[in-house]
Design a protein around this ligand. Structure first.
Ligand code: MC0
Length: 300
């Protein structure tokens, strides 16, 4: 009796915690020194992470450091965390498109920063910082799509897996180059890749540092489709049209859909069921539900 009560309490706590915003994956118990790593990252400037204004419930996040093929500098890592916090607090959001400036996605960490932060302590702190931010990004109650133009390499490839979907433009590639640097992914990219394509394919992509072109990515289930255009403006419009198919409903409904799917992916069955119950409770009898009930019974 006491054991099952304890188990039940633990699962309820887990599903509640999971629904909270802004929760870091790591803290002092894990040796994470957030303030120290933020200070360090501040020293490696350049580029920016830009967030567009909302348009029909969709915003566009741009990785903007084209001089370095959109490599992630320290300040971009810090800005990403700020933008994710902003998105967590966006009440009317439905979708997010992520792309890189000037026709390429992202070439991973800024190698100049990586060279200067090669101590184990810095490496572990940066790893925990980025894992935490990208986990929060993936958990956003928005449908997120990475538009991969040009190259997504190393951390850039990992970043694409923090989105719900990937759309690729003709001639683009996703490549986990970590092995060639004597590394493995550290931004959560390996764990997410296994969830997306399964462990066998993930093992091949990582151990072979394979170039994944759009055709192969679609075949492996890594990408949804190849967009017709490689032009930056047009491919973004195409991605927006693709996303529109999945965001045609009030924001609270789309957000609830994303939350139940995230719960199903991340929690154990009983905790996921409890989270689903809580989320269901937020839409049952809500405006969209009442409006649908008042209309015809046929779903067209
Ligand atoms: C391990 C992981 C992690 O942290 O977990 C990581 O992501 S480590 C990073 C993993 N990524 C990589 O190893 C990618 C390294 N970069 C490349 O392989 C290449 O630059 C390509 C991205 C394929 C682009 O080749 P392409 O010949 O088209 O252009 P390019 O090499 O002249 O690059 C244009 C300019 O961008 C710079 N650049 C490119 N990638 C960079 C990066 N990751 N960090 C810092 N600078 C970078 C180049 O040095 C060059 O600067 P200048 O014009 O001043 O010469």
């Amino acid at each position: 009796m006491a054991v099952s009560l304890w188990k039940s309490l633990l699962q309820t706590t887990k599903s509640r915690l999971f629904l909270q915003r802004g929760v870091s994956l790591y803290n002092g118990v894990h040796g994470f020194e957030e303030e120290a790593i933020k200070k360090k990252l501040q020293q490696f400037g350049g580029g920016s992470i830009n967030l567009s204004k909302e348009d029909h419930g969709i915003r566009v996040l741009t990785l903007n450091n084209p001089k370095q093929m959109n490599a992630f500098t320290g300040t971009m890592m810090l800005e990403l965390q700020e933008r994710v916090t902003e998105l967590e607090n966006w009440k009317d959001g439905k979708g997010l498109i992520i792309h890189g400036a000037e026709n390429t996605f992202c070439s991973g960490s800024d190698l100049n920063a990586v060279r200067a932060m090669s101590s184990s302590e810095d490496g572990m702190n940066m790893c925990m910082f980025m894992q935490s931010t990208l986990t929060r990004l993936k958990r956003l109650p928005l449908i997120s799509v990475a538009v991969v133009q040009g190259k997504a390499l190393g951390g850039g490839a990992e970043f694409t897996t923090a989105c719900d979907f990937r759309l690729m433009t003709p001639g683009s590639e996703i490549r986990f180059v970590h092995k060639q640097m004597g590394l493995v992914p550290g931004w959560g990219g390996a764990a997410r890749l296994v969830q997306i394509v399964g462990s066998g394919v993930a093992l091949k992509l990582l151990s072979g540092a394979l170039r994944v072109d759009p055709e192969r990515a679609v075949h492996l289930g890594l990408a949804e489709e190849t967009l017709p255009s490689s032009d930056e403006t047009r491919s973004l419009e195409e991605a927006q049209a693709w996303l529109n198919k999945y965001t045609k409903a009030p924001a609270e409904v789309i957000q609830a859909v994303k939350k139940v799917v995230t719960a199903g992916r991340e929690l154990q069955l009983e905790a996921a069921l409890r989270a689903e119950k809580d989320i269901f409770g937020t839409v049952w009898g809500g405006p969209a539900n009442l409006q649908a009930l008042a209309q015809s019974t046929k779903r067209k």
